[in-house]
Design a protein. Structure first.
Length: 705
């Protein structure tokens, strides 16, 4: 054999022996000596301090068929024990971001030549993670360089392609949302086409409320890919509130956007405080379902609840609401509709008391209504008005009010801005007619400023008075206008210093002691008994006009007209003192229909009224001729004030037209005048025009016969 051949063969044998020896050495070597180098390479790639405190072992695998690098170069599979990954310097929840009892990583050898630390597979066992988000939005799980590190970027890049977890515990701390909970994560062995790669269970606190939940989510790898939505599905309980979610998050590392199907249910909306940061009152149990879309970039988060449908108690709601998480106050906008609402269910949300709310208030407040006060003296709480702004439109088909008459065709536009609550309009059907209202409540100061404008049209007297439907009698309609302004800390104070005017007119109808008693009109009932006894009385017209100044109502005109009698009322009603000072003047128009010839008085308080006959000389008998000469005067005065007028000489308008007060006007009085009575006596009278006199308080003097 030639010498050069022998040399060549021995050289190849030596090289092969060296390779085998090296392979044997690598396979049996103690790799712990390489821990500092491996730790540093990983730290450079993920921009986090890394330590391998346990054993480090390496075995070798053949590259897969689709590997980018050379197939002949084996891939090391590194098994590291007791691995610790530190937090960035700014993190405040702890110095350690992750600890794993065992970590198995398969490294792409070919990528190392390109300074890419690529893990084709990473398996983590028995590990704990700490994921933190600060108020400024910084997150510790975004594996990018800090500002200082970015000035001297690492030459190495990190690429994780596959991740599996077994018995991994994570703690999530989100300072911006007051969120702190722990969760257990386990990889799903065979992820399906829905994209779910993890199963999770959670327990912790969210804004001081207990939090529990379970569900599925996308794999951890999808957290790094902002272009792909991160899917999740789960059920979470926060306090007594249950939340069901199914959808996706965009750019989960910064929580940029949300698009989920949301089911929300709870015992009371008061428990939503930890979720919304807004104090809501106690309500009946509720449940709602809809699509929740959120844009969460920057400080002004926007949450939109689209096409939701829900129930609260026995009431239903549907619509779209948008919640802007902004400063200085969040904003709620949207449109809501309902087929049936019960004030028992929705009352707390709009400030009305219910039995459940009363129980809570008894625990929270020692306030007691003064025994001598009829008007509510409890201070109104406007704290919630300053927490959130709102601009919401509402339409409802029917509102039930327990034993009271239902409301229908409700339309309201609620605007709340910096403690000022306005309802323009607040319109609804009531007692067969309509009520059109505009209300502004300014709660910025300790004393609320209120401004009310209201119009009542075609309210059916038969529906207004309980028990009237059982009476064999005809009933007319009620019309009215009110404009009031006041300020105070309670409803009693608001009325007690209010200013404005009140006008009302009722067309032909039937009144009786039974009717007034059933309606709770105690003073009117007493007067009725004194004048007419227990008889039913056919009313041709009832008209009233009150001027209100500093809480004192002065009757400019107050007259009840029947076919045979006239009853005038003059005097004052003090809303601040809740006292009455009225004089009732009954008169006959034709033959005498009652024996009372002296005026009556109504004094006392709202709680304890006193009605009786004035002492002193009897009033002169008023004959028909005298009565007919002056009967039109009060109606002629009030019809223009109420915008009352018609060409038809019927109802209330007939008295004005007979007295020369016939005017072409529009409004509530015109509608009242169109209510034709069953019978009217033709009245002829004359009216003396003159300037209106005023008393020392600035009120017009009452016009009396």
């Amino acid at each position: 054999m030639p010498r050069y051949v022998k040399i060549t063969l021995w050289s190849l044998f030596g090289l092969l022996l060296a390779v085998v020896a090296a392979a044997a050495l690598l396979a049996s070597a103690n790799w712990n000596f390489a821990r500092p180098w491996v730790s540093q390479r990983v730290a450079d790639a993920i921009h986090r301090p890394v330590q391998i405190r346990g054993d480090l072992d390496v075995d070798w695998l053949r590259p897969p068929q689709d590997a980018d690098g050379p197939r002949w170069l084996p891939w090391p599979r590194v098994t590291a024990n007791q691995v610790v990954v530190g937090n960035p310097a700014w993190a405040g929840a702890g110095k350690t971001m992750a600890e794993a009892s065992r970590l198995v990583a398969t490294i792409d050898s070919g990528a190392l030549f390109h300074r890419v630390f690529r893990l084709s597979q990473l398996h983590i066992e028995d590990a704990s993670l700490l994921l933190e988000r600060q108020e400024n939005g910084a997150v510790n799980w975004a594996l990018n360089a800090s500002t200082e590190e970015a000035k001297t970027p690492s030459e190495w890049k990190f690429d994780l392609q596959s991740l599996s977890l077994t018995s991994v515990r994570a703690q999530v701390v989100d300072a911006s949302r007051e969120l702190d909970f722990r969760t257990e994560l386990d990889s799903i062995a065979q992820p399906g086409p829905d994209g779910y790669g993890l199963e999770w269970k959670a327990q912790g606190r969210y804004r001081q409320a207990e939090l529990t939940g379970e569900g599925k989510s996308g794999g951890v790898l999808s957290l790094r890919d902002g272009a792909e939505p991160f899917p999740f599905r789960g059920k979470v309980s926060v306090g007594t509130t249950t939340i069901g979610l199914e959808g996706s998050v965009t750019r989960p590392q910064s929580l940029a956007a949300l698009d989920v199907r949301l089911i929300l249910a709870g015992d009371t909306m008061a428990d939503l405080l930890p979720l919304l940061g807004v104090a809501l009152p106690e309500t009946p149990p509720y449940e709602t379902e809809g699509r929740l879309v959120a844009t969460l970039e920057g400080e002004d988060d926007v949450w939109r609840y689209e096409e939701f449908k829900g129930v609260m108690g026995k009431s239903d709601l549907r619509g779209t609401l948008e919640y802007h998480r902004r400063k200085p106050r969040p904003l709620l906008t949207g449109e809501v509709q309902s087929s049936l609402l019960r004030l028992r269910d929705l009352g707390p949300l709009i400030g009305l008391e219910t039995s459940g709310m009363e129980k809570r208030e008894k625990k929270e407040s020692d306030f007691k209504q003064p025994a001598d006060k009829a008007l509510p003296a409890k201070p109104l709480n406007t704290d919630a008005w300053k927490v959130m702004d709102a601009d919401v439109k509402f339409e409802g088909e029917k509102i039930l009010r327990d034993k009271d008459l239902p409301l229908d065709d409700i339309k309201a536009h609620v605007v709340l801005e910096d403690g000022v609550l306005s309802l323009k309009p607040l319109n609804f059907g009531f007692a067969g007619g309509t009520l059109a209202n505009e209300l502004v409540l300014d709660g910025r100061d300790e004393r609320i400023k209120a401004d009310l404008s209201a119009q009542a049209r075609h309210l059916k007297l038969k529906q207004l008075f309980p028990g009237a439907e059982r009476m064999d009698a005809s009933f007319g309609e009620l019309f009215g206008d009110a404009k009031l302004k006041g300020q105070g800390v309670s409803l009693a104070e608001l009325l007690g210093n209010s200013n404005g005017e009140l006008q009302a007119m009722a067309s032909r109808g039937t009144i009786s002691r039974f009717l007034l008693e059933a309606a709770g009109l105690n003073v009117a009932n007493m007067v009725m008994v004194q004048i007419f006894g227990d008889e039913q009385v056919i009313m041709d017209c009832l008209a009233s006009d009150f001027a209100v100044k500093d809480g004192v109502m002065r009757a400019r005109v107050f007259r009840l007209e029947t076919d045979d009698a006239v009853v005038d009322v003059e005097g004052r009603i003090n809303l601040a003192e809740e006292s009455l000072d009225l004089r009732i003047l009954p008169q006959n128009k034709t033959v005498r229909v009652f024996t009372l010839r002296s005026p009556l008085y109504a004094k006392g308080t709202f709680k304890n009224p006193d009605v009786g006959v004035e002492k002193g000389p009897l009033a002169a008998r008023v004959g028909a001729a005298v009565a007919l000469g002056v009967v039109a005067t009060p109606f002629a005065a009030i019809l223009p004030l109420l915008n009352v007028g018609t060409d038809q000489s019927t109802g209330c308008a007939s008295f004005a037209s007979a007295g020369g007060a016939k005017k072409e006007t529009t409004g509530a009085g015109r509608d009242a005048a169109k209510e034709k009575p069953e019978s009217n006596k033709e009245i002829q009278s004359s009216r003396t025009d003159g300037a209106e006199e005023k008393d020392e308080a600035g009120f017009p003097k009452t016009i009396t016969p």
